[in-house]
Ligand binder design. Structure first.
Ligand SMILES: [Zn+2]
Length: 189
């Protein structure tokens, strides 16, 4: 494939994406080499995402505005689900089982904890739900956060069974995720 450097580059770029192996990357690259219109459409869509999508200053969700639609909505329930990534917000929203606010905890540092405290105060949050995929680390992180936030007079709960230990949300069906949120249990502190 000496004269096919460009296709080789594209295959390598696809391979860096999550859940795309060598075979799929090759298939995608060849299909785009064949259909220039499809390729340009993809370039356009990617460019739009790169230009328009940013991180919400309040919760860390993806948004096309400084503040996302969820944070901007005053009619949401006074609950805050703490999640690991914006992808989890999409999944929980799709499950339709929750109508509160969110916070993406990408790092467990003082800056994030301060942001978390600000959103709890500003939105007058009454209940915090730790919506992490169940694991020993999640448990430890929830307890640590509970300790850091307990002076704010909020209740703490954790998503319930239905989400098996060690399995990420994207691999759990919508009904189980919805059930896990509805059947969340209060944490004893
Ligand atoms: Zn937001």
């Amino acid at each position: 494939m000496k004269d096919l450097h460009s296709i080789q580059h594209l295959i390598e770029a696809f391979e860096e994406l999550p859940s795309i192996g060598r075979k799929s990357a090759t298939r995608l690259a060849l299909s785009l080499a064949k259909d220039k219109f499809k390729a340009l459409k993809l370039i356009n869509a990617i460019e739009e995402v790169v230009t328009n999508v940013k991180t919400c200053e309040v919760c860390g969700n993806f948004s096309e505005h400084e503040i996302c639609n969820i944070c901007d909505d005053p009619n949401r329930d006074k609950m805050l689900a703490i999640v690991e990534s914006p992808k989890d917000i999409m999944l929980i929203e799709e499950s339709g089982s929750y109508h509160g606010y969110y916070f993406v905890l990408s790092h467990l540092d003082d800056e994030h904890i301060q942001k978390l405290r600000d959103i709890i105060k500003n939105k007058k949050i009454k209940e915090i739900i730790f919506a992490f995929p169940p694991s020993v680390e999640s448990e430890a992180r929830s307890l640590y956060l509970e300790d850091k936030l307990k002076d704010l007079n909020v209740e703490f709960s954790q998503i319930a069974q239905g989400v098996p230990t060690g399995v990420h949300f994207e691999n759990v069906d919508m009904n189980s995720l919805a059930k896990a949120i509805k059947l969340r249990f209060k944490m004893n502190s």
